[in-house]
Design a binder for this molecule. Sequence first.
Ligand SMILES: C[S@@+](CC[C@H](N)C(=O)[O-])C[C@H]1O[C@@H](n2cnc3c(N)ncnc32)[C@H](O)[C@@H]1O
Length: 172
Amino acid sequence: TKAKRKKTNEGEDDDKDMQKYIKKQKWKGLVAVPEEGKGRGVVATRAFQIGEVVCDYHGKIVSRKVGIETHKSTIGMESGYMFFYKDKNGQSKCVDAHSEECECHPGKQTIGRLINHSSKRANVRPRLYSLDDKDVILFIAQKGIKVNEEILYNYGASKKSFAGEGLDLDWL
Ligand SMILES: C[S@@+](CC[C@H](N)C(=O)[O-])C[C@H]1O[C@@H](n2cnc3c(N)ncnc32)[C@H](O)[C@@H]1O
């Protein structure tokens, strides 16, 4: 029916928009702001519905091994911007976002790398997506998100896990 077709088209349009935002790293409804005790953080400037794509974690896809090496060699402002995951073939990989500016978007601060951690107040969760055969880590709203709410996800790390080794992670 017409209504059904319209709905399908709307879904396709949403997908096209999302792919454009991933490629251009131009997500809507988010702003980076200073968050007390956490450095910077990401806050919603519009409401997000449960299940909506909020943004992605943008960086360079590397192997877990390379990710660990880079993680160990980064300090200060460049430390803590690695996203470890398993790809669709079960291979351990890492999104390396340690550089303030990535190679593919010079002069641009990508927003996903600025999302802070919370185990109790997380409102987005990561989901693996593929675009042009490249892995993309999307953040999906796991509950309704209101304007001015900080975007948070559970890093899934603890003081004892790899990310915490030798680091002063009081906030975990
Ligand atoms: C991926 S970055 C998040 C953005 C970071 N706050 C910034 O200003 O660039 C991860 C780092 O943010 C800080 N961080 C994340 N969640 C935090 C929290 N709940 N409390 C305090 N610091 C946090 C830690 O320094 C961590 O290494």
